[in-house]
Write a protein that binds this ligand. Structure first.
Ligand SMILES: [Zn+2]
Length: 128
């Protein structure tokens, strides 16, 4: 196991590859988006992983820009019938949202691990 902490680039690449953020060897998914309980290679407990709605929001923004931009360009240049718009953009919407979603979720988890992000906690300021 690598003892030195990974660089930001290493963490991001491990995330995109859907690998454990600590060792880079074990897989983090047991299903399409279901996380394993722990790393099979280094034993890192994956209970801390909580990306929430972050991956979905990023994919909605990125896919929305791609699909709407492409639809506007095609409409302005060619004015195709609406059935052709549906035939073109529905598969593109599925491809630009579902295909990168695993990597995006894993990337956000890897960055969460790299930056030691955690929910805020109140510190005890009571006089002693
Ligand atoms: Zn690991």
């Amino acid at each position: 196991m690598n003892e030195t902490p990974p660089t930001l680039t290493e963490s991001a690449l491990r995330g995109i590859a859907c690998k454990c953020p600590r060792c880079g060897k074990g897989k983090i998914y047991s299903g399409f988006l279901t996380l394993r309980p722990a790393c099979e290679a280094c034993g890192l407990d994956f209970a801390f992983m909580d990306s929430g709605d972050g991956p979905a929001i990023f994919m909605i923004m990125i896919a929305g820009a791609i699909v709407v931009g492409a639809a506007l360009i095609v409409e302005i240049k060619y004015q195709p019938p609406f059935w052709l718009h549906a035939a073109l953009w529905l598969p593109l919407i599925l491809a630009t949202t579902l295909l990168p979603l695993r990597a995006m979720k894993s990337l956000l988890i890897a960055l969460q691990y790299h930056h030691k992000a955690a929910p805020g906690r109140l510190i005890d300021r009571a006089p002693k």
